[in-house]
Design a protein around this ligand. Structure first.
Ligand SMILES: Nc1nc2c(ncn2[C@@H]2O[C@H](COP(=O)(O)OP(=O)(O)OP(=O)(O)O)[C@@H](O)[C@H]2O)c(=O)[nH]1
Length: 220
């Protein structure tokens, strides 16, 4: 069954510097079929891995405390574009681009074609969002299936580095922690992207992107 997604209009301020304690972040999960987008979402929402998820597209809300502040994530677990009207695997709708504050692009480390889809989606976002630059985290999922690995960690890291994205390899099946780290890191990047920039990214920004790519080989 396919559920129609109707994005909610955000209530409340986007400002992360105001006095509001509750902050919202819209996160869009993208990637090819069968890479574990729903598994990742359900892990984050429930801490559980249930195995089978079906073809459901939906937006879920989940609140979490980060640094003592309540953060409400609205998570759009999208369908693979091959299952939608467009046959272009890199396709992202204008509605999705408008809605999202940050992207999680998922591929399976066992599936080379799914990595190619993420490459296309990165290009698509970077072209469409050239001025807005919503943060992107690339996730190589199914790290538990090392014996079936088809994409090396280095390839994932290089793609992330070349497009200024964060990168993690995780197993949604094996642990909750890796999934949690992905969402928290994305939230940090969203928070940074909302702070008005005074000039260039600066030394701290450069260190942060380098460590997002190189500094977290193991997340579990
Ligand atoms: N071994 C292993 N299997 C996983 C992992 N994550 C998801 N799976 C399995 O991969 C299959 C696809 O997972 P889904 O979460 O439905 O993938 P999806 O990307 O949402 O798929 P679509 O809804 O078709 O776009 C399921 O059988 C999951 O049990 C993982 O980390 N390791």
């Amino acid at each position: 069954m396919v559920v129609q997604v109707t994005p909610r209009i955000r209530q409340g301020s986007k400002s992360m510097e105001g006095r509001e304690q509750k902050v919202e972040a819209n996160v869009l999960l993208l990637g090819a079929e069968n890479v574990g987008k729903s598994a990742l979402t359900v892990r984050f929402l429930t801490r559980r891995f249930i195995g089978e998820y079906g073809d459901i597209e939906s937006i879920y809300s989940h609140c979490d405390k980060i640094d003592g502040r309540e953060i409400c994530f609205n998570i759009w677990d999208s369908l693979c574009p091959q299952n939608t009207k467009s046959n272009d695997p890199g396709y992202i709708t204008d509605q999705q681009l408008e809605w999202t504050d940050g992207f999680i692009l998922v591929y399976s480390i066992c599936d080379r074609a799914s990595f190619n889809v993420v490459q296309k989606q990165v290009q698509w976002i970077r072209q469409a969002k050239a001025k807005i630059s919503a943060p992107i985290i690339i996730v190589g999922n199914k790290r538990d299936l090392q014996h079936r690995r088809a994409v090396s960690s280095e390839e994932g890291r290089l793609l992330a580095l070349s497009a200024d994205c964060g990168f993690f390899e995780i197993s949604a099946a094996e642990t909750y922690h890796g999934v949690l780290v992905v969402f928290h890191e994305l939230f940090d990047l969203i928070r940074e992207s909302r702070v008005p920039k005074k000039g260039a990214a600066g030394f701290k920004g450069i260190v942060r992107s380098m460590s997002a790519v190189f500094g977290r080989k193991r997340t579990e």
